[in-house]
Design a protein around this ligand. Structure first.
Ligand code: DX5
Ligand code: ZN
Length: 227
C-alpha cells in the first residue's frame, strides 16, 4: 500500500448482510478504496466473526484491496492462511506478543503490514515499529463489536501519530476504526487520519453507496480528488 495522505474509505463488512455478502460488496465497491475485514477470535475480543475461508470467497469475487484487521491473540498462527486466501494486508494488534516477529512474517508472506492500537494503549507502544509498517490503525472504540460510539478522547493520539509519521517522513497510512460517520470523521481527518473504516454508518444506511459517498465528502477538502 502506498500513498499515505490520500483520503481512503474502507467499508467494514462486519455490518454487511453475511447472507448477501457479494451483493453488499458490489453495492459499495464504487466508493470503496479498501474493504475492511474484521477477524475476531473470541479471545482477544469477546466475539467471533470470520476467517480465511470467507476471505478466499471475497477474493474470488472482487479485486478490491482486502484490509484484514486481526483481533486475535495468536495472529502468527494464521497469517499464512490469510495470505493464501488473498488478503492484501493484515493488521495485528500491538497488544499481543512479538510485534517485530509478526511484522517480519507479514513481509515474508508478501502482505502489507499493519499495526493496530487499542484506545487505552499509548502510541509509545507502536512508535518503535513505525519504520517497518505500511498502515497504523488507531482504534476509536474498544474492538469487538460494530455500532459502538466514537471515543473522542482518542483524537489527541491520532494527532500524535500523524506528527510522528510526518516527523520521520514515513509513507504509512493512518487508519481510524470505530464509530466513524459523517459527524465524527471530520475531527479525525483534521487530526491527520487518511483511511476511514466505517461499518454501521455505511451498511446500516438505507443507501450504503450514498452513505459511503457522503462519508468521503465529509473528509475531503472541496478541491480534493479521490486517490
Ligand atoms: C470493531 C471493528 C470495526 C467495526 C467498526 O471492533 O474493528 O472495524 O466494524 O464498526 P462501526 O463503524 O459500526 O463502528
Ligand atoms: Zn476493524
Amino acid at each position: 500500500m502506498t500513498g499515505s495522505g490520500v483520503t481512503r474509505i474502507a467499508p467494514s463488512i462486519l455490518s454487511a448482510d453475511f447472507c448477501a455478502l457479494a451483493a453488499s460488496i458490489d453495492t459499495v465497491a464504487p466508493e470503496a478504496d479498501l474493504l475492511h475485514v474484521d477477524v475476531m477470535d473470541g479471545h482477544f475480543v469477546p466475539n467471533l466473526t470470520i476467517g480465511p475461508p470467507i476471505v478466499r470467497c471475497i477474493r474470488g469475487h472482487t479485486d478490491l484491496y482486502l484490509d484484514c484487521h486481526l483481533m486475535m491473540t495468536n495472529p502468527g498462527e494464521h497469517l499464512e492462511a490469510f495470505a493464501k486466501a488473498g488478503a492484501s494486508g493484515c493488521s495485528v494488534h500491538v497488544e499481543v506478543d512479538d510485534t517485530a516477529g509478526l511484522i517480519a512474517q507479514m513481509r515474508d508472506l508478501g502482505l502489507d503490514a499493519g499495526l493496530a492500537v487499542n484506545p487505552e494503549t499509548p502510541l509509545d507502544a507502536a512508535e518503535p515499529f513505525l519504520d517497518d509498517i505500511d498502515l497504523l490503525l488507531i482504534m476509536t472504540v474498544h474492538p469487538g463489536f460494530g455500532g459502538q460510539s466514537f471515543m473522542a478522547e482518542v483524537v489527541p493520539k491520532i494527532r500524535q501519530a500523524r506528527e510522528a509519521l510526518d516527523r520521520r517522513d514515513l509513507d504509512v497510512a493512518l487508519e481510524v476504526d470505530g464509530g466513524i460517520n459523517v459527524d465524527t470523521a471530520p475531527q479525525v481527518a483534521a487530526a491527520g487520519a487518511d483511511v476511514f473504516v466505517a461499518g454501521s454508518a455505511i451498511f446500516d444506511a438505507a443507501d450504503p453507496l450514498d452513505a459511503a459517498r457522503r462519508l468521503r465528502s465529509a473528509v475531503s477538502p472541496p478541491t480534493g480528488e479521490r486517490g
